[in-house]
Ligand binder design. Structure first.
Ligand SMILES: [Zn+2]
Length: 135
């Protein structure tokens, strides 16, 4: 833990706190404000997706940049120590993400991934979510 960069540390802490992370809550509030009605953490769907708009058949996944490896994002860089351990772990996560998203899409769901860092940029976030809901 001591060797983790701040982004990884906060991501880890959010995970320990459970599912209801700050980025997820930001997205939920926004979707709700836009009139989207949803269920949370639906276990019977692949990967227990965060936000499920059942009637619209849409799913929003809120991904932490470190754990889900947001490509090109500075919050996704690996800690300096135990790099093999982290690489394996993160690769496992991203492979699981890809497989789950494929399963959901094959079952007819539209899937949007919102990255943690995007939840800090309201303009980008609002644009992204409203485009997705309007589809
Ligand atoms: Zn990011």
């Amino acid at each position: 833990m001591d060797h983790l960069p701040p982004a990884a540390r906060s991501a880890l802490m959010s995970r320990i706190r459970g599912k209801n992370t700050t980025p997820e809550i930001v997205v939920r509030k926004l979707v709700h404000r836009m009139g989207g009605r949803f269920r949370l953490h639906v276990r019977k769907l692949a990967g227990t997706p965060d936000i499920v708009l059942t009637r619209r058949r849409k799913i929003i996944l809120v991904h932490g940049c470190f754990w889900h490896h947001h490509l090109g994002c500075k919050r996704a860089s690996l800690p300096k120590t135990r790099q093999n351990f982290w690489r394996r772990k993160i690769e496992g996560n991203t492979q699981r993400d890809t497989a789950n998203t494929l399963k959901l899409r094959n079952a007819g769901w539209k899937v949007l991934v919102v990255w943690e860092c995007q939840t800090r940029k309201p303009t980008i976030l609002v644009g992204k979510v409203s485009r997705f809901l309007a589809k």
